[in-house]
Design a protein around this ligand. Sequence first.
Ligand code: ZN
Ligand code: ZN
Length: 365
Amino acid sequence: MITQAAVVTEPGAAFNFRDVQLDDPRPDEIIVKMVSTGICHTDISVRDTLPADMFPRVLGHEGAGIVEQVGSAVTKVAVGDPVILSLDACGQCANCTSKGPGYCENTLILNYMGFRMDGSTTYTMDEAPLHGQFLGQSSFSAYALATERNAVKVAPGTDLSRLGPYGCSFMTGAGTVLNILDPKRGSDTDTLVVYGVGAVGLAALAAARGRYQTFAVDLQASRLEAAVRLGATAINPAESEDLVAQIKELTNGHGANFAIDTTGKTAVVKQMVQALAIKGTAVILALGDATAELDAVDVMMNGKQIVGAIMGDSDPHQTIPELLRMAAAGEFMVDDLITAYPVAQINEAIADAESGKVIKPVLVW
Ligand SMILES: [Zn+2]
Ligand SMILES: [Zn+2]
């Protein structure tokens, strides 16, 4: 079919809506008519850092929409089903079956390279290949091609216009709390410090509300205000003489039982580990360029644990329905983090996110 997609023609270029050709679905594939697509920081960093030969390409990886067509072997979703799209995973390899879909052996090709396993692209533009399949979807497109593997079916009649971010940023932040921190909990007085409270960090705070005593570290006042609305204590490191000492003081002298970094910054990761309590756990979530310097004696003597996680170790088919249930019960209050934009304003929405004017822009188709 011919559809309209926001195409990037070279590294760092603006998004431009173009008529593109989308393939018919192969046996395991589906086509989804988009209702909303969240804009995630990863869309922007990938646009700005991939090599020129990986363009032109269609990005977008927080899509929610209605199944329009299904391939001949698809059994898990049907035409008309509302779905939220997430990371793709083969479901067959040793990592998929034992470690979770985020660690699929085929994740690079399924999610980042821009073509299928056989090297074909799902899009063409001006009769030339156009890279797609970003996070198995490339959902900055009126119609997007995904698979039944990365489409999470939600209840019939669900309003999808603000649900795109559940496929990545909301799931990543909240999944970290549900899948990594909660199983390691010690007591009701456990503390959690989140470094960097954009959409991922705020989703973590939203999921942790009422379970942990929470703290938010960020330089931007508007983000700290959102964190405070989610029950966190705000800490602006620009106003702190010694951030590590301040966090220890705020956590009864012990340091944080849990910490999450969403910044990917070298200095922040170092401080996060320094400000951890004995047997505390620090989770690295960011796709940053940081290399972190650690005090090995401090880590060893205090039993500190430093773990990384993709998408908060979530299986989208489990974590997304759980978060929707929590949201309906008032236990996951992320809706007011969203600012909706008509799709034509994609570049303005990105500029507003980068300047800090909005937290989570969502394009509405
Ligand atoms: Zn993302
Ligand atoms: Zn796999």
